[in-house]
Design a protein around this ligand. Structure first.
Ligand SMILES: Nc1ncnc2c1ncn2[C@@H]1O[C@H](COP(=O)(O)OP(=O)(O)OP(=O)(O)O)[C@@H](O)[C@H]1O
Ligand SMILES: [Mg+2]
Length: 420
């Protein structure tokens, strides 16, 4: 009975640095998505006192309604998971996490009278420290009081990806908006071998914004969400950057493209130097080419090394080198098996490779192979997760489905169900 209930009400939550993906098992393949952020309205303003009184944090679809022209946006709009880690005492960030969790769960709360809360499987970065687990459990405890959570558990994002693909020995590369985690898995994540890179889709956005400025779209380049769409629309991953640039200069027409923003009259196109499209994709996988220096000199932030807790996120490490380093921290006998099962997941691997640009622009899978080949690693198999942006969420659902209902949370093993 309890087992059946758990299966019916398994609920996945993937806390990404830019997006929060959530939903119960009944969503099927695709979860719901909102941005992982919260807005703290100015509680002193008259409008707030008249209409918003009850709410300390606004999350979800209503956030854009608050974003007009406010100069203190940076203080009021909080993205709690920057880098995947929240400081212990960052109360604002935790308030956002509580609110988006509540928002996610209550938007799916079923009317059935027998409903007494979801079986929540949450997923955090592979480097999330233990106190983050504790804090999340505390939040779920509170939401349990509101009838939203019956039990909860927390797993690492790369582990969720491996589960979604039912693969027990592999290297998962999870590359989202903020950063990239490379995590070998042999039944469980091999924590000592995790390599973290402080580079994700957001850095490609920064470069896209520079390219847009140079092409005369300075105003538009200030709008992050528009820049992101332009990036996804025009960015390309080159098989070989030098060759791609050369070919692009010789034959610019081949690369010209227009990006029209849906629902507006705005069009973005790179008339003069369409070959710059290749820089966007290259930068994600390997930012070390000469040509990027000129952008850094002009003020584009260089992906920095940052230390968060005991983990260092390297800014400029290319993905091929990252994989090699991570695998080489594992037992020698295991290494070939890991190379033979490389799983790419996260939205930052969703690059398109248009047919008409065959040979010049390639997909993420081919790019990773090329980077590894450069290091003499050839016996590899690379797979892109079925729907890279949702694979963590899907892994959460499957995990919730299979972990027995009566298996209680164990702090040593870091698995099982936490119940009130
Ligand atoms: N078709 C696409 N081409 C290029 N990039 C894409 C595409 N689709 C999504 N992305 C990028 O993927 C990123 C979002 O990926 P994802 O949803 O996995 O991140 P996240 O989970 O929010 O962040 P993180 O995993 O770092 O915590 C964004 O930078 C987005 O622009
Ligand atoms: Mg993610």
């Amino acid at each position: 009975m309890a087992e059946e209930y758990k299966r019916a009400y398994a609920f996945g939550m993937d806390y990404g640095t830019s997006d929060f993906k959530f939903g119960p098992i009944s969503c099927g393949e695709v979860p719901q998505i909102i941005e992982n952020r919260g807005y703290f309205p100015d509680s002193g303003s008259i409008m707030y006192r008249a209409f918003d009184r009850a709410r300390e944090v606004v999350v979800g679809e209503e956030v854009p309604l608050y974003l007009q022209s406010s100069e203190d946006l940076a203080l009021r709009l909080i993205y709690p998971m920057k880098n995947g880690v929240i400081a212990k005492d960052d109360e604002k960030a935790w308030a956002v996490v509580r609110e988006i969790s509540r928002y996610g769960l209550s938007s799916f709360k079923p009317p059935e009278p027998e409903f007494r809360g979801f079986y929540v499987v949450a997923s955090l970065s592979s480097i999330a420290p233990k106190y983050m687990y504790e804090r999340l459990f505390k939040i779920y405890g509170e939401l349990g009081q509101e009838g939203l959570v019956a039990a909860s558990t927390v797993i690492a994002q790369p582990f969720a990806v491996a589960i979604a693909h039912k693969i027990t020995t592999c290297v998962v590369i999870e590359s989202g908006h903020g950063n990239t985690q490379i995590c070998p898995i042999s039944r469980y994540p091999i924590r000592n071998a995790v390599v973290t890179i402080n580079r994700g889709g957001g850095d490609a956005n920064a470069l896209t914004a520079e390219i847009m400025k140079d092409a005369g779209y300075g105003d538009l380049a200030r709008e992050e969400s528009l820049v992101r769409r332009v990036k996804e629309g025009i960015g390309l991953v080159p098989a070989d950057l030098d060759k791609a640039i050369e070919e692009g200069k010789r034959n610019p027409r081949k690369l010209r493209t227009k990006f029209k923003v849906p629902g507006t009259r705005i069009t973005v196109e790179l008339e003069e130097e369409p070959w710059r499209r290749f820089l966007i994709g290259e930068f994600v996988f390997d930012p070390n080419h000469e040509i990027f220096q000129s952008y850094f000199r002009r003020g584009m932030p260089r992906p920095r090394d940052v230390k968060i807790g005991d983990t260092t996120f390297l800014g400029m490490l290319d993905f091929g080198e990252g994989i090699a380093r991570s695998v080489e921290r594992c037992p020698v006998e295991l290494q070939p098996h890991l190379y033979r099962q490389i799983l790419l997941s996260g939205g930052n691997f969703s690059w398109q490779a248009p047919k008409e640009l065959e040979g010049l622009a390639i997909d993420s899978k081919a790019k990773i192979k090329a980077l590894l080949k450069r290091r003499g690693i050839t016996n590899v198999k690379v797979t892109v997760a079925d729907s890279p942006q949702y694979s963590v969420w899907r892994g959460c659902i499957i995990y919730g489905y299979v972990v027995p209902e009566d298996y209680e949370w164990d702090w040593d093993r870091m698995e099982g169900w936490m119940k009130p």
